[in-house]
Write a protein that binds this ligand. Structure first.
Ligand code: RP5
Length: 155
């Protein structure tokens, strides 16, 4: 993520990966404030065996696109909600990549962070039966937990 201030959003991705038993690391890497850290992180990603990079950033959210420019590892972009423009700036910064440098872009905020983690899990599940089983179980539990009434009614 681009800043510690993104963690309240990005922890939802971390929590989801944890629930699915998928190992991950969480790092602050800013495209603007620590550009060399970003270059080093992205250059090392493939060699370190990272299967995907979930990159969350807000405002002028250049982190996902720049990381995607620097590594062939799939980059999943999460637009963090910004104070001034509610994350529409983040979304536009992340989604509108030029042809040739893909970033899979998710919803603004918490939903996007959760879905980026689920999407990464789905990619891994293609070749990992254990993750496939845990993702299936997670989805079943989600379905089972949706009540069919809007509130508890007196019996
Ligand atoms: C972006 O600027 C970060 O991803 C963050 O969403 C935003 C604001 O950062 P802070 O000023 O809160 O550190 O680079």
């Amino acid at each position: 993520m681009g800043s510690r201030s993104d963690w309240p959003t990005m922890r939802h991705a971390a929590n989801t990966l944890e629930a699915l038993g998928i190992p991950f690391e969480a790092r602050v890497v800013s495209a603007h404030r620590t550009p060399l850290r970003m270059v080093e992180y992205a250059h090392a990603a493939r060699g370190r065996g990272l299967a995907a990079i979930i990159a969350g950033a807000g405002g002028a959210a250049h982190l996902p696109g720049m990381v995607a420019a620097l590594t062939p590892v799939p980059v999943l972009g999460v637009p963090v909600e910004s104070a001034a423009l509610k994350g529409v700036d983040s979304l536009h910064s992340i989604v509108q990549m030029p042809g040739g440098v893909p970033v899979a872009t998710f919803a603004i905020g918490k939903a996007g962070a959760i879905n980026a983690a689920l999407f990464a899990a789905a990619m891994l599940a293609v070749t990992d039966k254990a993750i496939e089983a845990r993702l299936d179980a997670w989805r079943r539990a989600q379905t089972d937990n949706v009540p069919d009434l809007p509130e508890d009614l007196p019996t």
